[in-house]
Write a protein of this length. Structure first.
Length: 273
């Protein structure tokens, strides 16, 4: 009798474990264990690009003066071959965080290039004056160092006018590889109108962060393009499963480039507005 009871108990326990395992499989996909760093598995191997993204929260009454100050200084740094860096984009936000400026820099040569630029800027009197004046206009600021996903485009010049959307995801620790696996397949669904500008993941600063940057002609184009993605088989699965990997999503919608095109038509891919 005892043997029969134990047998039934073990059988019920086994069935329950199977049910739990099946139920969990609906929500979590296992990723093979990895022994390499995310930067080695996910980043592009053919180059050593490093990116820095800056978020500046500007005093509302100072936004115009801040933009003017940036117009006077940042393009000259970008145009000077003395500095191994490029100003990829610079914007003001329309929706999401208000009175915010976002700058994206690329350093060709990785960390050594970043260090070289920082050391040289400390000796640049104009830049140091710019920093001091800028500090009077800011409420807060933060930045991150990023690498680009191997399966995304490298940000390149594109015709305008455009608006830009920055979607920032805080991932659960340990899920970056799985995120990359899904988006490596999914990115083709979001290239119908060449809207994918760049995809990045953080290395220094807030960790487990992913940034996707998109370009659209206008808000209606954004709506149409995003709706069209749902017509592709597999897109719903990507949205569902990646939604389980993120703790939260922050959207800065309709980022508006603010630098004067007359100053930057050769250097800034987001200024043709």
């Amino acid at each position: 009798m005892l043997s029969h009871v134990l047998s039934r108990s073990l059988s019920a326990s086994t069935n329950k474990n199977r049910e739990d395992s099946w139920f969990k499989s609906l929500f979590v996909r296992k990723v093979d264990p990895r022994k390499d760093a995310h930067s080695q598995l996910l980043a592009k191997k053919e180059d050593t690009n490093l990116y820095k993204i800056q978020f500046h929260n500007v005093k509302p009454e100072c936004l115009d003066a801040y933009n003017k100050l940036c117009e006077e200084v940042l393009p000259s740094i970008n145009a000077d071959s003395h500095y191994p860096c490029e100003l990829i984009g610079t914007w003001n936000t329309w929706y999401g965080e208000q009175d915010q400026a976002v700058h994206l820099w690329r350093y060709r040569g990785g960390y050594p290039a970043l260090t070289e630029v920082m050391n040289k800027l400390r000796q640049n009197k104009e830049f140091m004056e710019y920093r001091n004046e800028r500090g009077k206009m800011l409420l807060s600021r933060r930045n991150q160092l990023l690498l680009e996903f191997s399966f995304w485009n490298e940000p390149n010049p594109r015709p305008g006018p455009n608006i830009y959307e920055l979607r920032s995801y805080q991932l659960r620790p340990g899920t970056m590889i799985e995120w990359g696996n899904y988006w490596a397949r999914a990115i083709e669904f979001r290239q119908q109108n060449s809207e994918a500008v760049g995809g990045f993941f953080s290395q220094i600063g807030s960790l487990y962060m992913v940034h996707h940057l998109w370009a659209y002609k206008d808000l209606q184009s954004r709506e149409d393009t995003r709706n069209a993605a749902w017509q592709h088989e597999g897109w719903d699965e990507v949205v569902y499963y990646t939604g389980q990997l993120a703790l939260f999503l922050c959207i800065s919608l309709a980022l508006c480039p603010f630098l004067d095109p007359a100053l930057n038509h050769n250097i800034n891919l987001f200024i043709k507005y």
